[in-house]
Write a protein that binds this ligand. Sequence first.
Ligand code: HEC
Length: 101
Amino acid sequence: MKLITTLILLSAATAATANPFPNGDAQTGQKLFEQYNCNRCHAKLMGGDGNAIFTRADRKVHNAAELLVQLVACSGNIGTTLTPQEKQHLGAYLNRFYNLK
Ligand code: HEC
């Protein structure tokens, strides 16, 4: 019984901290975001620093897969091909806004 309780608690803890970008580092992602000047278009669209695009009511991204698709689309806009590792870093950073599980 104790073992079962422990297992349930453990899996609950894992679910609560589930991270869709386990190989990404948010700080590195933020640096890449600034380096690529990602918000240049978002700022024109949304005003301010542009970050409002990630929290707008009709936002495009609702899960990690959609975020990856958008990263590819946006980096295509600027003629960049993000490496899988860069996508993980950017995903980890942007998940500060999205809180995707
Ligand atoms: C050339 C302009 C441009 C650049 C540069 C750009 N984006 Fe975007 N981005 C857009 C536009 C336009 C949208 C809104 C797309 C839509 O509404 O269909 C968008 C939307 C997004 C979204 C989705 C927001 C939502 O609704 O949930 C993400 C995430 C995103 N961009 C990430 C990035 C990242 C990361 C970079 C830098 C690598 C970047 N963008 C660079 C134009 C750009």
